[in-house]
Design a protein around this ligand. Structure first.
Ligand code: DGL
Length: 267
């Protein structure tokens, strides 16, 4: 089935997930929606995130998608369960695949998790990890300022190094051997975070496992695209297409030449 997969995020960060889907499923077409008018989700309530997510799912359905990936950790943590109840289309999020990836990575079962305030407060990553192995020890930390640092392109910068040591310093007292990058923006900070944490800590990017789960899901539902299908990508945002294009240029393996504006409140 050559219909597109819908992928959405609160903004541009989900492009790190789209990139992984493009790599692992090159034959799948994709419709990406970034809610650039209403980002960040990480500081908002569950009710608001759920309302936004429903509107986006309705929009993606109007585009004829066959499955949906919530490429936003915050929306996955707060809205996935309700969306799966409300819609019959298959929907997957970041948290469960991220927890699976961390369980593969850890040896001593001491796992760190970083994310937005809302994701950390939801406790969802810890819940899935304990479901997989009740003996796991979980240490969490919200790192809200990482998102604007990435959006400003301050990847290798003194300010970012300062923030990394401030946020992650307390992980040093726990013997964690893996750290879940539980926010779409954080994989772009992989270098400064790895330098600070040291090589003994594996950084877990849920995006890789999400793309794997999507592949599996499409196969199980018998809705994968044909092997020789030429994928097409469409990008939609709720505001500010310029910033989206700059970020897309940094993240995606292919050039984005068109981004379309959507009035998402209509859906
Ligand atoms: N995309 C969000 C996430 O992965 C980060 C940005 C936001 O707060 O909306 O949690």
């Amino acid at each position: 089935m050559n219909a597109p997969v819908g992928v959405f995020d609160s903004g541009v960060g989900g492009l790190t997930v789209a990139r992984e889907i493009m790599r692992q499923l090159p034959e799948e077409s994709m419709i990406y929606f970034g809610d650039t008018a209403r980002v960040p989700y990480g500081t908002k309530s569950k009710e608001t995130i759920l309302r936004y997510s429903r509107q986006i799912v309705n929009f993606l359905l109007s585009k004829g998608v066959k499955a949906i990936v919530i490429a936003c950790n915050t929306a996955s943590a707060l809205a996935l369960a309700e969306l799966q109840k409300d819609y019959i289309i298959p929907i997957i999020g970041m948290v469960q695949p991220g927890a699976v990836a961390a369980m593969h990575a850890t040896k001593n079962k001491n796992i760190g998790i970083i994310g937005t305030n809302a994701t950390i407060k939801s406790g969802q990553y810890g819940m899935y990890l304990r479901k997989l192995d009740p003996s796991v020890t979980v240490v969490t930390k919200a790192c809200p300022l990482f998102v604007p640092l990435v959006e400003e392109g301050l990847i290798e910068d003194r300010i970012t190094e300062d923030m990394v040591s401030r946020y992650l310093g307390e992980f040093r007292q726990y013997d964690i051997d893996s750290l879940i990058l539980g926010c779409t923006h954080y994989p772009l900070l992989i270098n400064p975070i790895q330098r600070f944490m040291g090589d003994q800590v594996t950084l877990v990017n849920p995006a890789f496992e999400v793309a794997k789960s999507l592949k599996q899901l499409l196969k199980e539902q018998e809705i994968s695209a044909d092997q020789d299908h030429i994928a097409k990508y469409e990008y939609y945002v709720s505001d500010m297409a310029d910033q989206f294009l700059t970020f897309a240029d940094r993240v995606l393996p292919c050039k984005v030449d068109r981004v379309q504006l959507v009035d998402i409140e209509q859906y």
